[in-house]
Write a protein that binds this ligand. Structure first.
Ligand code: PA5
Length: 426
């Protein structure tokens, strides 16, 4: 159960009367979303994943590598961040999930030199099967396995579409493959084979994650006052309309730090269109209370801060040192302190008339995380509907992919010409 979003009265702020007015538009948007889900339309189909994803097929595909000590994901953007978010939040030992998304040669070299390859499962993911970073990294990984005389074909699982170079490579070697669900953009695919292979190998309860997503799906209704996901989306939209151009996403849980990265991708790639869209900023409570909070409280009035916390935390008592100056800590525990920091942040923003939105989940377990992932996606889809943008496309990202491929192949294309002709003032 996710706590309702709170819009504080602040500048820019939003009060309940405005939300009541907005609720009619939320009802229309909900109808559109429900119709899109009903027809499995491109993008809207993502909101059907909890009931469509076949957890058994994922478990079967990973069974040859289920005893792997490490999982190496080779993918980028939506093809890596969902899995990284889930394992960071839920795996007992998240260090066992290593992600090669970037193609920084030093990083790739260092990552591979540290990995015990014979105990590592390779999880290659690309919806299009054409992304240069993923293909290049996969070819390098294969080569390193061969150089060290370790059979990579026995340890590799591929998730990709029905055609494309990655599909061809997988077919050539007869590798186990999982499908990318139809009509689901990468950043909306965490609750599918795209996001669930590493968690399945690392012992996460993927069925519970999907059940959490299904709970949130069942809770989608026509009013923002009864649908926390829409409450968040509607408040974020209304604040953006009133000048909150930045959405600082600040979980108060280390295990949700990567969730903020995932949120940043979802929000930026889905909503950054037609000259609008909130710029997501990644923050972590309480760490960034000691840095970014200064700006959020006293800088330009162009932000909303979203804070997230689990209601239950582990018990780690703070020992009583017997010092009078530390008596305020005696008898407390670290979770209590972190909650006090959270409350202080919200209060300090409100006192300065800066909007903050609170999201609470029951505890940081698979069910709540599934619910949070789904609800955040639904919030994003709602914002897209209200703003009238094409939430599910990413033309700027695709432009960059074509340009990079063109530059490497030496082709003369519109993109490569733009790169060659870019202005320089030096
Ligand atoms: O959300 C998206 O569409 C992107 O972030 C993609 O996931 C990313 O560009 C990777 O694409 P692909 O899965 O085709 O390799």
């Amino acid at each position: 159960d996710i706590g309702a979003a709170l819009g504080t009265v602040a500048e820019p702020g939003i009060d309940e009367a405005e939300l009541e007015e907005l609720d009619e538009r939320v009802a229309e948007a909900h109808e559109r979303i429900a119709a899109g889900r009903g027809d499995d339309e491109f993008g809207y189909a993502a909101l059907n994943l909890p009931e469509r994803t076949d957890a058994d097929a994922i478990r079967e595909a990973v069974s040859p590598v289920s005893d792997a000590e490490y999982v190496l994901t080779v993918g980028i953007g939506g093809s890596a961040l969902g899995a990284k978010t889930i394992t960071a939040a839920l795996a007992e030992d998240p260090e066992r999930h290593v992600v090669l998304d970037n193609v920084d040669p030093e990083h790739v070299e260092r990552t591979l030199s540290d990995l015990p390859l014979s105990e590592t499962a390779v999880n290659v993911v690309s919806k299009s099967g054409t992304t240069a970073e993923t293909l290049a990294n996969f070819l390098v990984v294969r080569d390193v396995y061969e150089y060290r005389d370790v059979d990579w074909t026995e340890r590799t699982v591929v998730t990709t579409g029905e055609s494309g170079p990655l599909r061809e490579l997988a077919d050539e070697e007869d590798l186990p493959t999982l499908p990318v669900p139809d009509g689901v953009p990468g950043r909306f695919s965490a609750l599918s084979s795209v996001g669930l292979v590493p968690p399945a190998i690392l012992g996460v309860d993927i069925e519970e994650l999907l059940a959490g997503g299904a709970d949130a799906a069942d809770g989608l209704g026509p009013s923002l006052f009864e649908t926390p996901a829409y409450a968040y989306g509607a408040v974020a939209y209304a604040l953006e309309e009133r000048g909150a151009a930045v959405n600082a996403f600040m979980p108060y849980a280390e295990r949700l730090e990567v969730f903020a990265e995932w949120f940043a991708q979802l929000w930026a790639e889905s909503l950054g269109k037609e000259g609008r869209g909130q710029t997501p900023a990644r923050a972590l409570g309480a760490t960034d209370q000691h840095s970014q909070l200064q700006l959020y409280r006293a800088g330009p009035r162009d932000k909303v801060v979203t804070v997230v916390r689990p209601r239950e935390r582990a018990d780690v008592p703070v020992p009583d040192a017997g010092h009078e100056s530390l008596s305020y800590l005696a008898g407390t525990d670290l979770g209590e302190l972190l909650d006090a920091e959270y409350d202080a942040t919200v209060a300090s923003l409100s006192a300065a008339d800066r909007p903050a939105v609170e999201i609470e989940i029951d505890s940081l377990d698979a069910r709540s995380l599934g619910e949070l992932l789904y609800a955040t996606e639904a919030a994003c889809v709602l914002v897209g509907e209200l703003a009238g943008v094409e939430t599910f496309t990413q033309p700027a990202v695709e432009w960059g992919k074509r340009a990079a491929r063109g530059l490497l192949s030496g082709e003369d294309t519109e993109e490569t010409r733009t790169v060659d002709e870019r202005p320089s003032y030096l």
